[in-house]
Design a protein around this ligand. Structure first.
Ligand SMILES: CC(C)(COP(=O)(O)OP(=O)(O)OC[C@H]1O[C@@H](n2cnc3c(N)ncnc32)[C@H](O)[C@@H]1OP(=O)(O)O)[C@@H](O)C(=O)NCCC(=O)NCCS
Length: 328
C-alpha cells in the first residue's frame, strides 16, 4: 500500500512540516525520510535543541530543514498574512506575534504561505490544537463546507493480500447532519480510492433498510439517498447495521438485492461516538492497523498524530499526508 504512495511522491516530491521538531519519534521518522528523496522534512523548533536531541538519540537529520519561529527571517510577513487571514476576528499584530510563537500555528502558516506542502503534528499537541489552526487558516476547499476525516484500516489477508477498509468520520465532526454526512461519504470515497479501495459504501445504523425507527435512522437513510443521487455511478447503500454491511449471509436476509450489503469496504458512521468506538474495535480486537485520522476537505493536507504514536506511525502518516497534496 505504501509502495503505491511512495511511487506517487517520487514522481512529484513534497516537503512536510513537523511541528514537534525535537521529539525523538519525529527525528527517527525524519532520518528515515532523509535516506530517500521523495519527502523532505522541515523541523520546527530551536536549531541547537533539535541538533542536541538528534545527537543524543543518534538519528541523523543533518539534511533536514530546521526553522525556528523565534528566528524566522520572514516573520514580519507571516504576522501580516496572519492578521489579514484573521481580520474578521479582529486579531491584532501583537496577538498574531504571540500566537505564531506556538509551533502548531507557525507550522500551519508555513504551509499556508507555500514554504511547505503539508504538515504533520500532534506528537505532543492534542487533536484540537493540531486541527484548529488548520480550520482557521488553511480552511476548507471552495467546493467543501466542512473538514472531516477518515481512517484507513489495513489487515494482512490469508492469501497475502491486504484487506483495506475506509471509515469516516471517526474524529472531527461530533454530530454531523444529513448534508454533512453526504460530504463525509464523498470525501471518504476519494481517500479510499487513493489507497486502492474500490469503494462499496455503507451508511451504518442500528437499523437495516427501515427495520428500526428513529431520528438517527431517518438521518442515515436520507443521507444515503442524497449521496446516491449525487453519485449514481457508485455502489452506495443504507441505512444498514454493521453485520448486514459485512456478512453476505446476514445481508441476504436483512437487505436482499443490495449491491453493497455483505461486501461493504467504506463505512460511514452516524456520529463521532459510533465512528471512534468502531474503528478502535477493529484496531484492538480485529487486528487491523489504523492510519488516521486523515483530514479531508482542507485546501492543503494537515494531519494529526496520536500522542502515543511510534516513529513508524509518524513515517507512515507523513507519507499519507504528503500523498494527499495533489488529491482533488
Ligand atoms: C475539530 C474541533 C477541534 C474544532 O473545535 P473548536 O476549535 O472548538 O471549534 P470552533 O467552533 O471554535 O471553531 C474554530 C474554527 O474552526 C472552524 N470549524 C470548526 N469545525 C469545523 C469543521 N468541521 N469544518 C470546517 N471548519 C470548522 C470554525 O468555523 C472556526 O473558524 P473561524 O475561527 O474562522 O470562525 C472540534 O470539532 C472537536 O473537538 N472535534 C472532536 C475532536 C476529537 O476529540 N476527536 C477525537 C480524537 S481523534
Amino acid at each position: 500500500m505504501f509502495g503505491q504512495l511512495i511511487e506517487k511522491l517520487k514522481q512529484n516530491p513534497k516537503t512536510i512540516v513537523f511541528t514537534e521538531g525535537e521529539d525523538p519519534r519525529i527525528l527517527e521518522a525524519s532520518s528515515r525520510l532523509l535516506t530517500s528523496n521523495f519527502l523532505h522534512p522541515i523541523l520546527v523548533g530551536n536549531e541547537e535543541k533539535i541538533k542536541t536531541a538528534a545527537s543524543e538519540t543518534g538519528y541523523n537529520v543533518d539534511k533536514a530543514t530546521i526553522i525556528d519561529p523565534d528566528n524566522f527571517e520572514d516573520i514580519e510577513k507571516m504576522i501580516a498574512t496572519f492578521c489579514e487571514l484573521r481580520k474578521s476576528k479582529g486579531v491584532t499584530e501583537d496577538q498574531a506575534r504571540e500566537t505564531l510563537k506556538h509551533s502548531n500555528y507557525f507550522g500551519t502558516m508555513l504551509v499556508k504561505m507555500g514554504y511547505a506542502d503539508a504538515l504533520l503534528g500532534g506528537a505532543s499537541y492534542s487533536t484540537a490544537d493540531t486541527v484548529r489552526p488548520a480550520l482557521q487558516l488553511i480552511k476548507t476547499k471552495p467546493e467543501n463546507k466542512i473538514v472531516s476525516s477518515c481512517f484507513i484500516l489495513v489487515r494482512p489477508g490469508a492469501t497475502g493480500q491486504n484487506e483495506v477498509l475506509a471509515m469516516g468520520d471517526c474524529a472531527i465532526n461530533i454530530k454531523p447532519n444529513e448534508d454533512e454526512l453526504v460530504e463525509i461519504a464523498e470525501e471518504t470515497v476519494k481517500c479510499a480510492k487513493l489507497f486502492g479501495i474500490e469503494p462499496k459504501v455503507a451508511f451504518l445504523s442500528y437499523s437495516t433498510n427501515g427495520s428500526g425507527k428513529g431520528e438517527d435512522v431517518d438521518k442515515m437513510a436520507n443521507a444515503t439517498k442524497k449521496t446516491k443521487e449525487r453519485n449514481p455511478e457508485l455502489p452506495i447503500d443504507g441505512e444498514m447495521q454493521f453485520d448486514a454491511a459485512v456478512s453476505p449471509k446476514v445481508a441476504e436476509k436483512k437487505f436482499p438485492g443490495s449491491e453493497v450489503a455483505g461486501h461493504a469496504n467504506t463505512f460511514i458512521f452516524p456520529d463521532i461516538n459510533a465512528g471512534n468506538i468502531g474503528y478502535k474495535i477493529a484496531q484492538r480486537m480485529g487486528n487491523f492497523e489504523a492510519y488516521g485520522p486523515i483530514l479531508l476537505g482542507l485546501n492543503s493536507p494537515i494531519n494529526d498524530l496520536s500522542r502515543g504514536c511510534t516513529a513508524t506511525e509518524v513515517y507512515s502518516m507523513a507519507i499519507i499526508t504528503a500523498a494527499l497534496a495533489d488529491t482533488k
